[in-house]
Design a protein around this ligand. Structure first.
Ligand code: PMP
Length: 294
């Protein structure tokens, strides 16, 4: 996903040119990852699940004791403004809030800066990839229990772990599947995972990884489409015996997995049915004034 053509960024209520938006080297968030972020999509000018994203933004901030000085409604309004001012219809939106530079004490209560950037995005993967799907490997890293790391958040510092997992294979695979400390399947580096076995949609129980907004949307879509869907603990062996596998996320939407290491999979009918329903939902989303909730 290339960051390009950004004309204006929202920074604490001001609209600024990216070239004029500086932070100091002594920013707390830079040293310790003490920030939280979101990834949101706009389709034809309408922002998909905006309120849910900002609710998660607050939850992430609360988890690291960080205060966000704007209400959800104010952030929704700012997000719409930044789309309009950049003249964007299909876009990826990146809000981030981080601790500033009052002190570098680890448990400091610093001032918080909030910014929202947006740039054009139609498809996350190159054209052909969407039909081809992606190839993944199993990560060598194991996710710890939620008691230790709050993985159901988008706290900046936590993403270093996903980055290490993804870097393990270099460019050999498109992504990695991470297991948890018990050996169960969790998610990929920035997406959730579903498998289909005997026409039943299965997805891991989200007790130590991000319970994605797309994941939750797909569970609801499956119910509406009368596709049986279960959340359960899934072992690597069960996953390797799947009829279909796909991953989900705001940026990537729905992407079939066509190989796990040297085992191949095909994109099946349930993946196609869910993809079609998800695209229809995204393309028919509308902003509900004044707070833009979905
Ligand atoms: N897991 C991780 C680690 C992620 O970063 C993301 C992307 N936000 C997801 C899952 C999917 O979440 P969502 O559907 O809310 O984008």
């Amino acid at each position: 996903m290339m960051i390009k053509n950004i004309k204006f960024i929202w920074v604490d209520g001001q609209i600024v040119n990216p070239a004029d938006s500086h932070i100091t080297i002594l920013t707390h968030g830079l040293h310790y990852g003490s920030g939280v972020f979101e990834g949101i999509r706009a389709y034809n000018g309408n922002i998909f699940k905006m309120r849910e994203h900002y609710e998660r933004f607050y939850h992430s901030a609360h988890t690291i004791n960080m205060n966000i000085k704007y209400s959800i409604d104010e952030l929704c309004t700012a997000t719409q403004k930044i789309l309009e001012i950049n003249n964007l219809k299909d876009a990826y939106i990146r809000p981030i809030a981080f601790q500033e530079a009052d002190t570098l004490r680890l448990n400091a209560q610093c001032k918080t800066k909030v910014t929202i950037a947006a740039w054009p995005l139609k498809n996350y993967f190159a054209e052909g990839k969407i039909d081809q799907g992606i190839k993944v490997g199993f990560s060598h890293l194991k996710k710890p229990s939620q008691d230790f790391l709050p993985f159901n958040t988008k706290i900046c510092g936590l993403y270093v772990l996903n980055q290490i997992a993804k870097n393990y294979y270099g460019h050999k695979f498109d992504d990695v599947i991470m297991l948890d400390w018990r050996g169960y399947i969790t998610e990929c580096s920035t997406s959730n995972l579903f498998m289909v076995k005997n026409n039943i949609l299965l997805t891991p129980i989200a007790d130590c990884f991000l319970n994605g907004i797309t994941r939750q949307t797909i569970i609801t879509l499956a119910k509406n489409l009368n596709i049986p869907c279960e959340e359960k603990y899934i072992t690597p062996e069960e996953l390797l015996g799947a009829d279909e596998i796909f991953i989900t996320g705001t940026a990537i939407e729905i992407m079939p997995i066509i190989a796990i290491e040297d085992i191949n999979f095909t994109t099946g009918t349930i993946t196609k049915q869910i993809t079609k329903a998800y695209r229809e939902l995204c393309n028919h989303t509308t902003n509900i004034a004044p707070s833009c909730g979905q």
